[in-house]
Ligand binder design. Structure first.
Ligand code: ADP
Length: 473
């Protein structure tokens, strides 16, 4: 059984991180507010203690050198008022002994360690804040200390309430944040879930036509991911369709000569024949087998080229010499067909590539030109440098190709006139192979044709600086 591991779930991890960060930032901000509040409250207490101390000092008897409140002044009234307000006032001698007290000071010790300024003291009844000030006589001599104190209990209770509220609020807010995060994560991951489901369906059903069609509310990252997935499926589907069609075409192309072969064999074997008959049949069978061999080797070459096999023999080739050699091979064929064959080839056209494949390319184009040009016609090969490229034109004054066929001419097994092409021994792969070879040499191949007037194939290769340098060297 498969164990559910929540940390392997992206939605769970997003929610957990989201809640953790939200919780930490809430705790941080609460703590900041708490401390700021505590500081403000303490400042208020300190301010009040200072005022209390000033008031108390004003009420001291400074004529007699004692630490008693002056009975002539309104000391008792002020003292009892302070006491009612929760303020404790102590008059302390230089030895630390408390000499006079006002207010409920039972929790403060009778003997005090005097230290001028503010202090927070922990007693049995919580924290107290004290302010100690030295008392000077009218002659400026120190005669003791005045200590004013207030309990911090009200402040501590307020602060405790505040932190209790924070603690109570935290799980509620975390719950809301977690739920919100879960909702947002689910929404955001919807296309991912869809992609997973559709991928699964495609794997199970093998139906490449399925798409996600997710566009989202805006063109966000996940919508773009879903779009990319759909686009990838488009190209996969068309590549798959292409391969399927190719397989069907290839089997059909192989079937035709094989059926013809089988027919011939059956007819020949039906009855005993003369030696001349057998010779004639074998001659025809030999022709069919030749066609099959040509077809299978064309298929093999095409599939190798399409798989992007790098040529082992990437040589620096003199294209001018190569074209001259092709012309030498083509001349007898043109003579036989009653055509005039002309060439104009600029010398030293250097190119990096495979000589075998380039010969195959140009022989195929010249061979087609001769095949589809009735006598007395003309076939020509012109090779020049034009706009920093090598340009080779193979043109004829033959039958030409109708415009509707031109866009499909380089497709595999595409023939303008099937019967005539087969009759001339063509496999329908010649131009596809030619195009692949041109692409492997980083070139382009285009065709222009006028039915009844002739056809012109233009092959163009880039002429880079290195080649140019070598060419002129
Ligand atoms: P095939 O091996 O049958 O000749 P190709 O791929 O070489 O196949 O050519 C495809 C089709 O293009 C041919 O069937 C032919 O009809 C047409 N074609 C090719 N070259 C020429 C040309 N120079 N003139 C007229 N038609 C041509």
């Amino acid at each position: 059984m498969k164990l559910w591991k929540p940390w392997q779930n992206l939605r769970f991890r997003l929610v957990a991180w989201y809640s953790l960060l939200a919780g930490l930032s809430m705790l941080g901000s609460d703590r900041l507010i708490y401390h700021e509040f505590q500081r403000t409250l303490l400042e208020q207490v300190d301010g009040a203690l200072k005022v209390n101390a000033i008031q108390a000092l004003k009420s001291l008897d400074d004529e007699v050198n004692t630490l008693l409140f002056d009975p002539r002044k309104d000391a008792p009234i002020i003292a009892s008022l302070l006491s009612d307000a929760g303020v404790v006032i102590l008059l302390i001698g230089n030895d630390g002994a408390v000499m006079e007290r006002f207010g409920d000071s039972s929790m403060l010790p009778a003997h005090q360690v005097v230290k001028p300024g503010f202090e927070t003291v922990l007693t049995g009844e919580g924290r107290w804040r004290t302010y100690t000030k030295e008392i000077l006589t009218s002659r400026g001599r120190p005669s003791g200390w005045l200590k004013v104190a207030r309990s911090l209990q009200p402040i501590d209770t307020t602060l405790q309430n505040l932190s209790n509220r924070y603690l109570l609020k935290l799980p509620i807010l975390l719950g809301v944040v977690g739920l919100g995060g879960y909702f947002l994560a689910s929404r955001a991951l919807k296309p991912v879930v869809q992609i997973t489901q559709i991928s699964k369906q495609i794997r199970v059903s093998g139906n490449l036509a399925q798409r996600i069609h997710y566009r989202g509310t805006s063109n966000d990252e996940l919508a773009r991911l879903a779009m990319m997935f759909d686009e990838m499926m488009d190209s996969l589907q068309s590549a798959f369709e292409f391969e399927r069609r190719f397989l069907m075409d290839a089997s059909h192309e192989l079937r035709t000569p094989l059926t013809a072969l089988k027919g011939r064999l059956q007819v020949t074997l039906r009855q005993p024949r003369t030696v001349a008959d057998y010779q004639e049949s074998l001659h025809l069978i030999d022709h069919d087998v030749d066609r099959l061999i040509r077809l299978s080797s064309d298929l093999l070459l095409l599939s190798r080229l399409e798989q992007g096999h790098r040529y082992a023999d990437q040589d620096l080739i003199d294209l001018s010499d190569l074209l001259a050699a092709v012309a030498v091979q083509a001349q007898p064929l043109a003579d036989l067909a009653g055509l005039s064959f002309r060439t104009f080839i600029v010398p030293n056209l250097l190119i990096q590539g495979s000589p075998d494949h380039l010969i195959r390319l140009f022989l195929n184009l010249v061979d087609n030109a001769i095949k589809y040009t009735p006598a007395p016609g003309r076939v020509s090969v012109v090779a020049v440098i034009q706009q920093s490229r090598i340009r080779v034109d193979i043109s004829d004054t033959g039958v030409g190709i109708a415009p509707e066929h031109l866009p499909h001419l380089f497709e595999r097994f595409y023939r303008v006139e099937k019967s005539r092409s087969r009759a001339t021994g063509g496999t329908g792969l010649g131009l596809s192979i030619a195009q692949e070879i041109v692409h492997h040499h980083h070139g382009t191949i285009t065709v222009q044709s006028q039915p009844g007037h002739g056809t012109n194939f233009t092959v163009s290769f880039p002429l880079d600086v290195k080649r140019d340098g070598l060419a002129s060297a």
